[in-house]
Write a protein that binds this ligand. Structure first.
Ligand code: PRP
Length: 181
């Protein structure tokens, strides 16, 4: 895989700093909450980030998983979200939900997913992303917690894929153009 990486964008040390910083902020923000906190990992890409982050959040929390995909603007389903794996929870008014993502790009996935969870009457819904590409935004969306704002480059590793590969790299790298052009 190494020969396909143009350069390392976020190395192991910076990933460690990011997860420590975000976990401390999350701990402060939820410390006085009366409701149980559920961390929702969005499969597949956010698995490594969520795993590292949760170990540093020094609060009681519960885990759930979802797999979703958003339809693009050009399809007749524009504005909708497809749920491939749903929460195994009901009565969401009893919980604070923190949705964990690897990357925000167009913003469609998280804007629609947060709306869906609010429509299910969750006590609160916040979002935490490792990476944010604001230059790619197609719908207004700002994550509550963000690890690093990046330029519009093809990133892989630490959960992020190209054709399902590279997710197991221990850092975030930029993919060589020759691999996907
Ligand atoms: C990626 C990422 C977000 C979404 C962000 O998931 O994990 O869910 O795309 O893009 P958006 O802001 O344009 O909606 P992907 O569909 O690639 O699935 P994966 O996590 O399984 O790789």
């Amino acid at each position: 895989m190494l020969q396909d990486v143009e350069r390392i964008l976020v190395d192991k040390d910076e990933l460690d700093e990011i997860t420590t910083r975000l976990a401390e902020k999350i701990k402060i923000d939820y410390a006085n909450s009366k409701k149980p906190l559920i961390l929702i990992t969005i499969l597949k890409g956010s698995m490594p980030f969520a795993a590292d982050l949760m170990k540093k959040i020094d609060l009681p929390l519960e885990l759930e998983f979802m797999k979703v995909s958003s339809y693009g603007a050009g399809t007749k389903n524009s504005g909708e979200i497809k749920i491939h794996l749903d929460l195994m929870r009901e009565n969401l008014e009893q919980y604070d939900l923190l949705v964990v993502e690897d990357i925000v790009d167009s913003g469609r996935t998280l804007s629609r997913l947060t709306q869906l969870l609010k429509n299910r009457n969750a006590n609160s819904v916040r979002t935490c992303t490792l990476l944010d590409k604001p230059s790619r935004r197609e719908v207004p969306f700002t994550p509550d917690y963000c690890g690093k704002v990046i330029e519009d480059e093809f990133v892989i590793g630490y959960g992020l894929d190209y054709n399902e590969k590279y997710r197991n790299l221990p850092y975030v790298g930029v993919l060589k153009r020759s691999v996907y052009m």
